[in-house]
Design a protein around this ligand. Structure first.
Ligand code: GLN
Length: 196
């Protein structure tokens, strides 16, 4: 099982390091044709408007949309903005993978960034983690088929729909790796379910 990390812009190196620290073979994805080599894809945090422009210019928008029909994607922060079916910014070309509405920078600007406790619901257990929010999007609407995986107080901050996962925070910046384990499990069960 190999996981790709989209490496157009943003914090992709840290995701790669984190996956490698979990003994998961991981590769930076710089060209759309590399997607055929991976079983799951991470869309990192960064700047969703910039990533939209780069994805449209390089053919990644179409390639990732196609990839998503077959394989799991985990979007973090700006990655969530791209995956959300709706956002408050018309410059974002949505991949429309998770039926939520997000408010870009909904948790404030850079000066409001910080580490906050998040409760994750994983395999029936609730785990508390310290998670980093950096100009994070706020989820303002949850669609009917969306499962809430993580909460900060009353706010949903990690969500799953079908074989896709997304978080408002930056798990690659934290000591914990529970949400990566969930993503790797999702890839594993998706591979098994689709094995001929
Ligand atoms: N505010 C950024 C955006 O909307 C996301 C910030 C981040 O990924 N840390 O694109």
């Amino acid at each position: 099982m190999t996981v790709g990390v989209l490496a157009l812009q943003g914090n992709y190196e840290k995701h790669l390091e984190k996956l490698e620290s979990l003994d998961c073979p991981a590769v930076l994805i710089k060209y759309p044709n590399q997607l055929s080599q991976v079983d799951g894809l991470v869309l990192p945090g960064g700047e969703s408007t910039c990533m939209t422009l780069l994805m449209e210019k390089t053919g990644f928008h179409t390639a990732v949309s196609k990839f998503a029909k077959e394989k799991p994607i985990f979007g973090t922060c700006a990655g969530l903005v791209l995956m959300a079916s709706e956002s408050n910014d018309s410059r974002i070309a949505s991949l429309n993978l998770i039926d939520v509405t997000v408010d870009r920078n909904g948790y404030g600007r850079q000066v409001h960034s910080g580490i906050h406790p998040v409760e994750l619901k994983l395999n029936g257990h609730t785990i508390s983690e310290s998670s980093m929010f950096i100009r994070a999007p706020k989820i303002t609407r949850i669609g009917g088929n969306v499962e809430i995986i993580g909460k900060m107080g009353m706010d949903p901050v990690a969500v799953r729909q079908d074989h896709h996962l997304a978080s408002c925070f930056h798990p690659e910046m934290s000591q914990d790796s529970n949400i990566y384990s969930l993503f790797l499990e999702m890839i594993h069960s998706h591979c098994l379910a689709n094995a001929v």
